[in-house]
Design a protein around this ligand. Structure first.
Ligand code: OAD
Length: 235
């Protein structure tokens, strides 16, 4: 009897979007070199100076309109369409480049730049424009409640249980373009190992968790992801 195809879970980070022109966080000239997390990416910063936080995300939302998915995003979409087993795509990225490349069911564990949510009525909604402290919620009509739908430091990542279940049920876990410095995402490789899954890291450099992976592909995602996917599908 034919074996069912391996379930694959893929975790992506800022490195997969770097070649599209979006800066990563911790590389040279990364976002955290020009901005302090304490000023723009935590609930305390939003409470202290909401306009500054909104400005940071307004700029990033505007930058999204100027970039396109690259060969790595397209290769993962192709894998999702052609692989006979389940392919779960989990991303720490708040951009929408996976979706624009054709991927479906993408789990954005750190939220999405093109969504906002209202702190008064709890409604999440798509948002492509600038957001300001004075912007009224189109659903409940109240002011000072809308915030980017981003998971800030100190907040819980989204859909963690669903992600961990998928990793535990997978036969292969692949991390692409992530530095392995932010938990719980960085700990998913250990969840995979404990469940007996094979593990692969694709990155231009060594990461904080490289030692936890069985195998590595070192190089730009646009090249290495495309090669890896081609190898899987053409074998
Ligand atoms: P980082 O900036 O920490 O790491 C980017 C990783 O991508 C590094 O390991 C680079 O070596 C690698 N890289 C760079 N260019 C690449 C390329 N062309 N191909 C392959 N790899 C490449 O970004 P993340 O790991 O995604 O969270 O950061 C995790 C989280 O920290 C983010 O989601 C964000 C940040 O603070 C929040 O904002 C909540």
């Amino acid at each position: 009897m034919q074996q069912p195809a391996t379930s694959i879970v893929i975790l992506t980070g800022a490195g997969i979007s770097a070649e599209s022109g979006l800066p990563t966080f911790r590389d040279k000239d990364g976002l955290w070199e020009g901005h302090r997390v304490e000023d723009v990416a935590c609930p305390e910063a939003f409470a202290r100076d909401p306009e500054r936080v909104q400005r940071f995300y307004n700029l990033r939302r505007a930058a999204l309109a100027t970039v396109e998915p690259n060969a790595a995003h397209h290769a993962l979409a192709r894998l999702q369409q052609a692989w006979p087993g389940r392919v779960t795509l989990v991303t720490q990225n708040v951009d929408d480049l996976h979706e624009r490349a054709g991927s479906t069911g993408v789990i954005h564990m750190h939220g999405e730049l093109r969504k906002v949510r209202c702190g008064h009525c709890g409604q999440r909604m798509e948002w492509l424009d600038e957001l300001h402290t004075s912007t009224l919620c189109p659903v409940c009509g109240r002011g000072r409640g809308l915030r980017p739908d981003i998971v800030w430091f100190g907040e819980m990542p989204l859909q963690l249980e669903v992600i961990e279940d998928a990793v535990e049920a997978s036969g292969l876990f692949v991390a692409i373009g992530t530095s392995g410095q932010v938990y719980p995402a960085a700990g998913l490789v250990q969840v995979a190992r404990s469940a007996g899954a094979a593990t692969l890291e694709i990155n231009t450099a060594q990461t904080a968790v490289s030692g936890c992976f069985d195998s590595h592909r070192v190089g730009p995602a646009s090249v290495e992801v495309r090669r890896w996917v081609a190898g899987l599908l053409d074998r």
